[in-house]
Each structure stands twice: as structure tokens, then as C-alpha cells.
Design a protein around this ligand. Sequence first.
Ligand SMILES: C[S@@+](CC[C@H](N)C(=O)[O-])C[C@H]1O[C@@H](n2cnc3c(N)ncnc32)[C@H](O)[C@@H]1O
Length: 198
Amino acid sequence: MGSFPERGYLFQLASDLPASATVIEVGSWMGASTCFIAGGLKGAAKIYAVDNFQGLSTCGEDAAWYHRHFQSLGKASTLEIFQRNFSELGFAERAEPVVSDSLAAAKTLGAAGAGGAQGTKGLVGEVDFIFIDGDHSYDACKADIAAWAPFVKRGGVIAFHDFGSRADGVTRAIFEATKAGRFAEIVGVANTIIAFRM
Ligand SMILES: C[S@@+](CC[C@H](N)C(=O)[O-])C[C@H]1O[C@@H](n2cnc3c(N)ncnc32)[C@H](O)[C@@H]1O
């Protein structure tokens, strides 16, 4: 889960976006990070919150924590909790949950007409800000970067949680993408969040 400096940084990144911004979050859990992003947005800006809402983690001790916590909820999904948190804070209009595996969601949101986008390429190249905090294994994070980076418009921002943390697969995947020139520049860092401009 995120620290307060990280929550504040998400709020700040969202505050810098235009009123018409489209945002995608991959890995929303119960909506804490989504709410801080939503709090910074203005106008008609909107977030697609992509999650299977099954509380799955592949990251070492976090995996056990998520599994235990999910089991203790006694629910089949965290979607209802996500939606309740969002609407109690008055953000219901801002978020569209996408109940899906990350890579399947990238196909859906990249398909023609997705998100009401004009033309034939869905949201590819149309997104102002993507925050990735889903599956923390190396292979999954690498696949998420490959699948989601093309959605960010030129000059837009892609940010990741858990860079430099014990989730070493995330760090490795981001480091490799940086070395391969996937990102134009670093926008900033707050604890384990790192943000890049595309
Ligand atoms: C670390 S939590 C997200 C925490 C949230 N961003 C926050 O700060 O409050 C990771 C989330 O990613 C989801 N997740 C993991 N692997 C996924 C996948 N392959 N596709 C979609 N969601 C996934 C899990 O269900 C979990 O809710």
C-alpha cells in the first residue's frame, strides 16, 4: 500500500492534468490510490480503474498479506468496496472500473471506439496519465509496460509504484525499459513512485 508522500504525489500529478484528461490505473485494489488521483483531477477528467479485483499479488511477502486480507473480507471481489469508497468521497462520476486482467483490458481499451475515442485506435495514444501498480512480478511488469506505454500520448506521463522496493521484478522491468529508451525523461520520484514523461 502507498505512503502519504506517494499519495500526495499522485494527487499532484493528477492536478497537473488538463480538465479533459483521460487516466488509466492498473491495480486499484480498494481504491486508495485511485481516490488520490481522482481528488487531483478537474473538469470532465476520468479514470479507467483496471483490476481483476481479486486481490492477487505475486510479490513475495505481499502475496501472503493480500491473500490473507482478501480471504478475511469473505467476498469474491474487492469491486464493491472500491465502488463504495469512491462514491463516499463523491468521486463516483470520475471512475470507470474495468474488471479484467491487465493485458485483456489493454486489448479492450485499445480496441476501436473504446472510451468514446474518435477514430479506430481506441485509447492508444490518447491517455494523459497511466499509473501502474498491478502484478509485481518481473514478467508481468515488463508485459504491462509493453502493453500500456503505447496508450500514453506524447508528453503524457506513465508512473509506477514500488520502484526500488522489495518488488525487485518491478525495479528490473522499469530499469530495462529506461535503458531501452522507452521513456523520454524522469518527471519525478516520491518514495517508491517513479514517473516518466513519454
Ligand atoms: C498493490 S495492489 C494495488 C493498490 C492500489 N494501487 C492502492 O495503492 O491502493 C495490486 C492490485 O493489482 C491487482 N492485480 C494483480 N495482478 C493483476 C492483473 N494481472 N490484472 C489486473 N489486476 C491485477 C490486484 O488484484 C490488486 O488489487
